[in-house]
Every structure is written in C-alpha cells, then in structure tokens.
Design a protein around this ligand. Structure first.
Ligand code: BG6
Length: 291
C-alpha cells in the first residue's frame, strides 16, 4: 500500500479485524488496532511522515544510539531511513498465512561516514491471532572490528487520560533521570503515576511491565527479552508546546514506555548477533486484576 505521503506501508491483518500498519520509512509501526477497531498506539495529529524527521508516535526504532548519548543525531538514524523488505530473512519466514513482515537495514555510504560500522539489522514484525504485536530485532556485526550501540523500541501507547494511568513493574527500581543530568535515583513506593513531565531510564527492570488505563479499562502488557532497561517519557504541557510535530494537549493521551538497552551498551564482535524482542498485548483490565 501507499500511505498518504506516497511512501510504502505494509498492513498486517489477523482474524477478527486485528491489524497493524508499518512504514518502510523507519520500519515504523504507526498503527495497531484490536478486534473492536480501537487504536492502541498514539500518533500525533501533527506527525510528519517524511524525512528528515521521524514520525511522532507509533514505534520509532532508536538505533544505534539512544537519545543524545553519543555523537549521532538524537535516537540514531534507523528511525529516519528507508528500510527494505527482507527477501531472505533469518530465521526463515513463517508460513505465508502468518501476519508477519521482515525488514532489513544495512548502512549506506552516508551512514558509514557518520557511524563506520558494517551491520545487518533484521526486524521481524508479527501480529499474533490473539492480537499481540511482536517486534524482534536481530543486529549482526558484518564488520572486521567490534562495535557498540544502545537501543530502544520507543513505543507511544494511546491512553485516555495520563492522570488516570499507572505503570506497574518499575516500583523500587533504580533509574537515571534525564531531567536531572542523568543522576541516579531509586523509585519509592507504589506503582508509577503521572502529574508532570517524566523522562526516566529504569535500569535492569523485570521482563514484564504493565500500563493500566483505568478510564478505558484496558491494560497494556510489555514483555521484553534482551532489553534490560525501560524508558518512561511524557513531555507534559511545556515540552509539548515546544515540539512542532506534537499538539499542545496531546500529552494527555499518550505515554511512552520503551523497552531498551541503554545503561550497558551492547557490544558485538565480528560475526556476532544480538537479539532484542518486545511483545505487546492489550487486554481488558478486569482480566488483569490481581496481577
Ligand atoms: C525519549 C527521551 O525517549 O524520547 C526524551 O528519553 C526525548 O529525552 C524523547 O525527549 C523524544 O525524543 P525525540 O527525538 O523523538 O523528540
């Protein structure tokens, strides 16, 4: 399919109307809908779907650098490059009736100039019959020297009202506060709630994190593998106003919880491969009570 900007996008569909949409630009998931046709990801009304900026919302891929922790542009270049459909995926493609797409990014000459490391990045995006969305990244060093990177699936979840949302699974953990020069703190008390701007990198988190949206009676569950950290971000009103591709009040309806590898960069020797997976599900809250 072609998106409204003329760029190619792929639509994954499953039974009962569950579907997802992926742009080759950034290998960016921009939509994930449940069986009731409800959108589960947030995408800004002001998002720009063309280079050089990444699409504001959905699931940007941050690689090979998270945020501004290095010499590259913020969050690296994978999110604003054109990926290719991978015709020879590894492992082999599942049967053709599976809602699944394999994408591939290899560095161009331009990228080699700014980040001189030869890699093959394979991303498999799968929608399960139950409606879960799985992203599996495999990054291989095809160079003759080692390289290191940081990484995040920068997922923007759609929420009814940020003030009514809580996050479970991060309480009592250590975090680096991006708003306080990356100083290290320990989270106190209960589940995390939101009353202002938040920009924190939680370290060595459990593999399961839940976002409870009381008003919508929906719980998002993130299950991650190979991704020890988790970023929680909401820009709140002031930062929202400062972003050209984000509506002034949209911060009320989104929350980023990002499965990530940041504190300890991943290092790959020549020939080595890294795998980082996240599986997202969205379930009615009543089914989750007591978890
Ligand atoms: C988050 C970072 O992951 O992404 C924030 O922790 C940053 O510091 C946010 O502001 C958005 O980044 P960008 O580059 O998409 O505007």
């Amino acid at each position: 399919f072609k998106g409204s900007n003329g760029f190619e996008k792929i639509i994954l569909t499953e039974a009962r109307g569950v579907c997802a949409e992926v742009y080759l630009y950034g290998a960016h998931v921009t939509s994930w809908r449940n069986e009731y046709g409800e959108e589960l990801l947030f995408v800004s009304n002001k998002a720009v779907f063309r280079p050089p900026k990444a699409i504001r919302g959905g699931i940007p891929i941050c690689f090979p650098q998270f945020s501004n922790q290095g010499i590259l542009e913020a969050h690296g270049f994978a999110r604003n490059r054109f990926w290719k459909v991978d015709d020879h995926p590894e492992p082999a493609r599942p049967p053709p009736d599976k809602a699944c797409i394999d994408l591939l990014l290899k560095p161009s000459e331009d990228e080699m100039r700014i980040w001189p490391h030869s890699f093959e990045y394979r991303l498999r995006i799968t929608l399960t019959p139950g409606g879960n969305l799985i992203l599996t990244s495999r990054i291989r060093n095809v160079d003759s020297k080692p390289f290191s990177f940081t990484f995040a699936y920068h997922t923007y979840f759609s929420v009814s009202d940020i003030s009514e949302v809580r996050v479970e699974g991060l309480e009592t953990l250590d975090y680096l506060d991006n708003m306080k020069n990356k100083e290290r703190f320990t989270e106190q008390g209960d589940a995390i709630t939101f009353e202002g701007e938040v920009d924190k990198i939680y370290l060595s988190t459990p593999s399961k994190i839940a976002i409870l949206d009381h008003e919508r009676k929906r719980t998002y569950v993130i299950r991650k593998d190979g991704l020890p950290d988790a970023v929680v971000w909401n820009p709140w009103d002031k930062k929202a106003k400062a972003m050209a591709d984000f509506g002034d009040d949209e911060y009320k309806h989104m929350l980023c919880v990002e499965a990530a590898a940041i504190e300890k960069p991943i290092t790959l020797k020549p020939g080595e491969e890294w795998r980082g997976k996240q599986e997202l599900s969205a379930v009615p809250s009543s089914y989750c009570s007591g978890q």
